[in-house]
Design a protein around this ligand. Structure first.
Ligand code: COA
Length: 351
């Protein structure tokens, strides 16, 4: 039987560390001002979210989402001992693409030096749930024999597109820049517990307007009619969120998805080494762990240092803890994710 195997893992975060206190003083060019720009504070952010800092790319436009994706992808390729030429499919999850179209996967393909080769490129738009959705797609492609080397990447560049003012403080404190990547391929095995064991993806469009970014309304004429320099008028260009509703649905969705994953695979927490939840808010993850009765020593988080890197959080977190020596090759991970849409899901796989 053909199963999907993780061949390589890599991640990348930019060098600039922005602490909660730094953030208060940054303007939208990320330049420190003398007086606070955003009414918030370290204590509020840590208490409500568990976040202490996040990483930002330079504010000069020199780094794009596809550059973050490239750095993570190169590390995943190195980890697998593979070359970019081996890749025959890229699946890239992001809500912060290089541009509206074409998708970011083709820019990554070009930067990997494999443009024009026989390599399909997909962008997927499942926000914080992108990893599980992408893994489900990759797993199906590999088991069907459609592709043999799939590069799965989650990459986000949030720091350029948030509202650096008190109005945007509920969102701006949460998000950071970063990328994570996996190289996946087939393995022949009779062991049902090897490789990618399980994926499930869910959605509920009735929650779509609880976390969204408009930018433009395609039905409107003209479809862009705002003045980006007018702070009062330009709300459409910044993410909007009903944090309380997102919080509740995230807990519910991730608990349900984690329970279903264990039930459908006839596994218990004894069979799983690590629970790696999406990194949106430490309080969300603590609630999920409490309600789903997950052994706390099996939980891996990185939100404290990286904030929410949306599509990147799962491979980034696994790679971080692998570098710390906790996660080992062959360990079994259960991931649960939740994001804008609403979309959510879970997966069980071996590192
Ligand atoms: N600093 C200081 N005060 C802030 C703030 C900030 N960064 N953001 C909001 N506040 C204020 C609000 O304006 C409000 O003030 P008011 O009482 O004077 O109106 C007060 O804090 C409470 O706001 P509330 O929205 O009730 O806080 P909360 O406890 O729900 O926490 C979030 C806000 C955003 C941290 C929380 O709702 C959350 O994390 N939700 C999930 C978001 C998420 O995970 N999104 C990504 C999903 S993948």
């Amino acid at each position: 039987m053909i199963r999907t195997k993780l061949l390589g893992l890599g991640s990348y975060v930019p060098d600039r560390v922005v602490t909660n206190d730094d953030l208060r003083f940054l303007n939208d060019q990320h330049i420190r001002q003398e007086q606070p720009v955003i009414e918030t504070n370290d204590q509020w952010i840590q208490q409500r979210t568990g976040i202490r800092s996040r990483r930002y790319v330079p504010a000069d436009g020199s780094v794009n989402t596809s550059d973050l994706a490239l750095a993570a992808a190169q590390r995943a390729l190195d980890d697998a001992g593979a070359k970019a030429e081996d890749i025959d499919c890229i699946i890239l999850g992001t809500l912060s693409p290089d541009m509206h179209f074409p998708g970011t996967a083709v820019f990554l393909q070009k930067k990997l030096g494999i443009s024009g080769r026989n390599c399909a490129c997909f962008d997927i738009r499942q926000q914080c749930s992108a990893f599980v959705y992408a893994l489900q797609m990759a797993d199906a492609f590999i088991r069907a024999g459609t592709y043999r080397r799939i590069l799965l990447v989650g990459a986000e560049l949030h720091s350029h597109s948030m509202d650096f003012s008190t109005r945007g403080r509920d969102v701006v404190v949460l998000f950071g820049d970063g990328a994570g990547a996996m190289l996946l391929g087939p393995t022949e095995t009779e062991d049902e517990r090897e490789g990618v064991l399980y994926t499930a993806a869910y959605a509920d469009g009735s929650g779509a307007m609880d976390l969204y970014l408009h930018i433009f309304n395609i039905a409107h004429r003209p479809y862009i009619d705002y003045n980006a320099l007018d702070r009062e008028q330009n709300q459409v260009i910044f993410p909007q969120m009903d944090g309380k509703r997102v919080f509740l649905h995230a807990v519910r969705g991730m608990v349900m998805a984690a329970h279903a994953a264990l039930a459908k695979t006839n596994m218990t927490w004894d069979d799983i080494q690590w629970f790696v939840p999406h990194q949106a808010n430490l309080r969300i993850n603590e609630k999920v762990v409490e309600v789903a009765k997950i052994p706390p020593e099996k939980v891996l988080n990185t939100i404290e240092w990286y904030g929410n890197t949306t599509a990147a959080t799962i491979p980034l977190t696994i790679d971080y803890w692998r570098q710390q020596g906790k996660v080992k090759k062959g360990d079994r991970v259960l991931s649960a994710v939740f994001g804008s849409g609403y979309t959510w899901g879970a997966a069980i796989f071996q590192v």
